[in-house]
Write a protein that binds this ligand. Structure first.
Ligand SMILES: Cc1ncc(C[n+]2csc(CCOP(=O)(O)OP(=O)(O)O)c2C)c(N)n1
Length: 374
């Protein structure tokens, strides 16, 4: 149960409002023009850390574009792109250490890759070949969850277990704005707060849940404001500002590691493309709105900032672009190769003892497969 003596914020006699409520505006450290914005509470990460994360940002954009192309070529079933949200993706992966855990969603492939998972293994799910193609224990990345918010409960369970075992583990649990309306979101945050577990809930508010805009999702002042209702701090951050994300998430992770308990971070960002290739965003939003976010692009502002710091020049940019091309080429090679799947896998691994209906369906499939083509 919650132990007030383990809550450094309360020891300092802060009022709940003074440390649980988010900043008046999303935290920003580098503006869309690439200029530093001072913030008393959140320091700017050093240039080398930003450059390393910028590399992942550029690779992440290339991965998104390549995956979209592979869907159009019929090599993948579906791809929920994080185009425009790459700063959130990279920050979620790099704000934690090796022994920590990441719990991603279907949209978070770039975060999964930034954590070190092999691209082809990661994309096996979206190719439609298997529930997940990577071993979660290899890089401490849970499988990408498609049922909304379920991963938040799994994340809290892992964080709680780690705490009971005395391990030095922090868990970052990702979800979208739409997922915050799920019952699982409530249960996960409440349990995490009551049991004071080391988990950071990271909500990418990309303004839409498929076609549902945020104002039909919630009338709370912000998603980060929901945190205080559970008794944990909430913060909101410019989700297209890599520096701010690293600083805000870094602080929340550090706090959780030091025994400060869970936190909720809401990133303000935008889903630049359709929900997936199965969606047509032009049916429910205007191009003007999309265009407004083009100038807030996470890559462009970091490029300007790092160039002004003399950390980025043509040579470095070229090396980064080459790295991105190497990853894209590996994706093409891996996904253009025919995969061998066993249709009967559909019936395996779910029940120890299959139900009579599953046995019947499996037998039917076997008969069909054995039949000679007409
Ligand atoms: C429990 C559950 N209900 C409904 C769906 C169908 N669904 C898939 S994605 C989605 C929208 C999710 O929006 P959001 O959480 O904002 O994440 P985003 O896709 O924008 O990243 C819905 C309703 C689902 N996957 N799981």
């Amino acid at each position: 149960m919650q132990d007030p003596s383990r809550r450094p914020d309360l020891d300092q006699q802060a009022t709940a409002e003074s440390y649980m409520l988010p900043s008046a505006q999303p935290v920003q450290l580098v503006d869309p023009d690439g200029r530093h914005v001072h913030n008393d509470k959140y320091p700017l990460p050093d240039g080398e850390a930003l450059l390393a994360a910028y590399r992942e940002l550029v690779v992440g954009r290339r991965v998104n574009d390549q995956a979209n192309a592979l869907v159009r070529q019929g090599r993948m079933a579906v791809y929920p792109s994080s185009h425009g949200q790459e700063a959130c993706q990279v920050a979620a992966a790099v704000c934690i250490d090796k022994q920590d855990w990441l719990f991603p969603t279907y949209r978070d492939t770039v975060a999964v890759l930034a954590r070190g998972v092999d691209p082809i293994q990661a994309l096996t799910l979206l190719r439609g070949d298997w529930h997940s193609g990577y071993d979660p224990y290899e890089h401490n990345v849970s499988i990408q969850a498609t049922p909304l918010a379920t991963q938040l409960l799994h994340a809290v369970g892992v964080a709680h277990a780690a705490k009971l075992k005395g391990e030095n583990t922090v868990v970052v649990a990702m979800c979208g704005d739409g997922a915050t309306s799920e019952g699982d979101f409530h249960e996960a945050l409440n349990f995490a707060a009551v049991f004071h577990v080391p988990v950071v809930f990271f909500v990418q508010n990309n303004q839409y849940a498929i076609s549902v805009p945020l104002h039909h999702q919630t009338v709370a002042p912000s998603l980060a404001h929901k945190a205080i209702g559970y008794g944990m701090p909430g913060e909101r951050v410019d989700g297209n500002d890599l520096a701010a994300l690293l600083s805000v998430l870094g602080k929340a992770v550090e706090r959780a590691r030091d025994g400060g308990g869970p936190a909720l971070v809401e990133a303000h960002t935008y889903r630049m493309q359709s929900h997936t290739n199965a969606d047509d965003a032009t049916r429910y939003r205007k191009d003007d709105e999309v265009q407004q976010w083009v100038s807030k692009d996470p890559i462009q502002r970091m490029r300007t900032y790092l160039t002004d710091l003399n950390l980025l020049d043509e040579e470095v940019e070229k090396n980064i672009a080459e790295k991105a091309e190497t990853v894209a080429a590996a994706m093409r090679d891996g996904l253009n190769a025919e995969s061998e799947v066993d249709p009967e896998d559909l019936f395996r691994y779910v029940f120890t003892e299959k139900t009579s209906q599953l046995l019947e369906q499996a037998a039917k499939l076997r008969d069909e497969l054995a039949r000679e083509p007409a």
